[in-house]
Ligand binder design. Structure first.
Ligand code: CDP
Length: 280
């Protein structure tokens, strides 16, 4: 059982002034930091902190899909594996896939399949790994947002980045980006992912109950926040490619290696040597 003893029975998640337990207003995001290109061995990678969530994403591909019977002759597969580290939550999480991680992996794979130009890479697989190092609710949104940056870092052709965020209801108020206590004791949580350039929704889930009006309000909050998160994703990629360009520039400016002096060639041997005295 998780340690929730510290939480009073009558928990007020949002006060009369509209301030939440962590000091945010209803429409405020937790602080987000994104860094692209953090792993040398992966084709693309990103590290993201979102409030108390810490997530690492790595991308490989497009590469030959294995096992081969999974290959699609018409397009690439986008295969995501979402995993929570055993130390990512208060109680040790049993290692390995469970129903929840299989579900999250599936919905994230589907979200990316909508933006990657899969027709360009038949029979291949684009493999996306999301490792949650520390969890505090909203990890599928954090993982998806990080993986999207990792896909771009890997140079996978995509229509756009995918940006994800959740909104829900706490203490009767529709609020953006619920943290762990709000997720546990609130009334609803509704994660979504959007293609910012087109406005297409590529992931939408709901845990709990919202009226139609509350749902519209929650979506409005998430869509507004997605614009801010999209800018953070783009900014991480700009910083990444500025540093790649700088490294290439330094390499180009490095002094060329000193030229070796031409080696002296041995004198040419006459083709028909006169017979040696001993040979006669
Ligand atoms: O993380 P996300 O909100 O996308 O998914 P969730 O299924 O709504 O989980 C909410 C939170 O519950 C996670 O972020 C973790 O902090 C916590 N959790 C946990 O403590 N132990 C688990 N086995 C699964 C989730």
């Amino acid at each position: 059982m998780e340690d929730i003893e510290h939480i009073p029975k009558e928990l007020k998640l949002i006060d009369a002034k509209g301030i939440r337990l962590d000091g945010r207003r209803a429409d405020e995001l937790r602080p987000i930091k994104i860094e692209a290109g953090v792993l040398k061995k992966a084709d693309g990678s990103a590290y993201l902190e979102w409030g108390n969530n810490k997530v690492l994403a790595a991308v490989y591909g497009p590469r030959e899909a294995h096992p081969r019977h999974l290959q699609d002759p018409a397009k690439a597969l986008v295969q995501c594996r979402y995993n929570m580290a055993p130390f990512s939550v208060t109680d040790r999480k049993r290692p390995g896939p469970d129903r929840r991680s299989v579900e999250i992996s599936k919905v994230i794979s589907e979200a990316f399949s909508a933006v990657v130009f899969v027709e360009q890479f038949p029979r291949t697989s684009v493999d996306v790994y999301i490792e949650v190092l520390q969890a505090d609710a909203g990890t599928r949104c954090a993982g998806l947002t990080a993986a999207s940056v990792a896909l771009a870092d890997a140079g996978i052709p995509m229509r756009d980045l995918v940006t994800s965020c959740a909104s829900g209801k706490i203490g009767g108020v529709v609020a953006l980006d619920l943290n762990k206590d709000e997720d546990n004791f609130g009334e609803a949580d509704c994660p979504m992912a959007i293609v910012p350039r087109t406005g297409e929704i590529v992931l939408l889930q709901m845990d709990g109950h919202l009226t139609a009006a509350e749902f519209d309000e929650a979506m409005e909050l998430s869509i507004g926040a997605a614009k801010q998160i999209y800018e953070l994703q783009r900014d991480a990629l700009r910083r990444r490619f500025a540093s790649v360009a700088e490294a290439a520039q330094r390499e180009a400016e490095r002094e060329p290696p000193r030229e070796e002096p031409p080696r002296e060639m041995p004198p040419e041997m006459p083709e028909d040597l006169p017979p040696e005295v001993d040979d006669l």
